[in-house]
Design a protein around this ligand. Structure first.
Ligand code: AN7
Length: 390
């Protein structure tokens, strides 16, 4: 198949076992001479519909990921054609499954026996699921006490060895890179370029269903997904399937905003945030490993980055749930919060076509729901008592 693995900084070609270049640069998969064998006809959406643009040679390890719903949200907004693509509808409840189906397949293809990741939660849940299906051992490093309950539950139940460290995600990622290096485990964080290949299918599915939107907004943590989705759009253009490209908008929480700050200052490097803090624990990341790719995505697409407060995030989470029937976890709601901010500022215009990606399911983080909504009203088991509280 026509692809190679190349450093995005110096262009050096690498073997499939590499994660980064000696020069420190991130790697990416580059396709050449592909026979495109799918049609963008809105039918049978799934990650593997686009197999000709996915860099694997063996039968994929799949749990039927992708094909997530794209909802027109005109209860929230009528001036703009606002869509929400709900990645919470993937098998493990987050977009990570698109990456893991490719990443875990690659682990098998390379003959690996064990996979590992650091995670704010969703990566670990997804990796545990796909490695269970593949029969691989799975090791997970989490920041202790900072991962939403549903995600820990998934990683445990699907049989990963779950290790909580007294440190944040950024520290866990440093450590798991060392563990993988020394123990020979296959690293499945988004520094793994094959995972991002799976995630680019979000772009393919959007175009497949509605064509090219004006804007795509999504939460940014480790910054892999925004890089992946932009790559997806660019490939469709490169292979002559579309003429236009959307603008990519990264949304970050105020307390974990290194990409936002770099964009505001027009820089192409970030300054890490030392002690990131936000209610959106999924994106509580101060030193995003894919920052260089993400900043290129934003600048090349002529998009931007926006920051939102925890309050705005939770407000958007409630609004999606109560007015559109879409249940998402806090990090995911930041995309809508960012949209509302940019609409109010006049950055987004009437009539624009906008897609907000909601990256994870409401049930991932049940504890935050109880904090926001309170607990159920308890009454004696009696009709009159029930009527009193209706
Ligand atoms: C719901 O699971 O980093 O910018 O370790 O779970 O591609 O990192 C999760 C990230 C957005 C950010 N929304 O995506 C992990 C992890 C949700 C997430 C992001 C995450 P990236």
């Amino acid at each position: 198949m026509g692809y190679k693995l190349v450093c995005i900084e110096c262009g050096k070609e690498h073997s499939e076992e590499s994660y980064t270049c000696e020069c420190g640069g991130l790697l990416e998969v580059r396709f050449e001479d592909v026979d495109i064998d799918f049609e963008l006809n809105g039918k049978s959406l799934s990650v593997w519909k686009y197999r000709c643009l996915l860099p694997v040679k063996i039968e994929p390890v799949t749990l039927k990921e992708g094909g997530t719903p794209l909802y027109l949200c005109n209860n929230i907004c009528r001036d703009v054609e606002l869509y929400v693509k709900h990645e919470g509808a993937n098998p493990s409840g987050s977009f990570k499954d698109r990456g893991m189906t490719v990443g875990v397949t690659k682990a098998l293809e390379l003959g690996k026996k064990a996979v590992a990741c650091a995670s704010t939660g969703n990566t670990s849940a997804s990796m545990a699921m796909y490695s269970a299906k593949a029969g691989l051992k799975a090791y997970v490093l989490l920041p202790a006490g900072k991962v939403a309950l549903g995600k820990v539950a998934q990683a445990l139940m699907h049989g990963a060895k779950v290790i909580a460290i007294k440190g944040n995600f950024d520290r866990a990622l440093e450590l798991v890179r060392e563990v993988c290096e020394r123990m020979g485990f296959y690293l499945l964080n988004s520094v793994n370029p094959f995972r991002l290949e799976g995630q680019k299918t979000i772009a393919f599915e959007i175009v497949d269903e509605i064509g090219v939107p004006d804007y795509v907004l999504l939460p940014v943590g480790n910054a892999g997904n925004i890089s992946a989705i932009w790559k997806g759009f660019k490939e469709l253009k490169m292979f002559g399937l579309i003429d236009e490209l959307p603008k990519m908008i990264g949304v970050q929480a105020e307390g974990a905003n290194p990409i936002y700050r770099a964009v505001r200052e027009g820089k192409d490097e970030i300054e890490p945030v030392k002690n990131p803090e936000t209610v959106a624990t999924a994106i509580r990341i101060g030193n995003p490993v894919n920052a260089r790719k993400a900043l290129r995505a934003i600048y090349e697409s002529k998009g931007t980055a926006v920051q939102v407060s925890d309050e705005e995030i939770l407000e958007a989470q409630k609004e999606l749930a109560k007015t559109e029937g879409i249940g998402v976890e806090p990090a995911s709601a930041s995309s809508l919060a960012g949209f509302k901010k940019l609409l109010n500022e006049g950055y987004i215009d009437r009539g624009d076509v906008v897609v907000c990606i909601t990256t994870g399911h409401l049930l991932k983080d049940p504890e935050i729901v109880l904090k926001i909504c309170g607990s159920p009203i308890e009454v004696p088991a009696d009709f009159n008592e029930i009527v009193k509280v209706l």
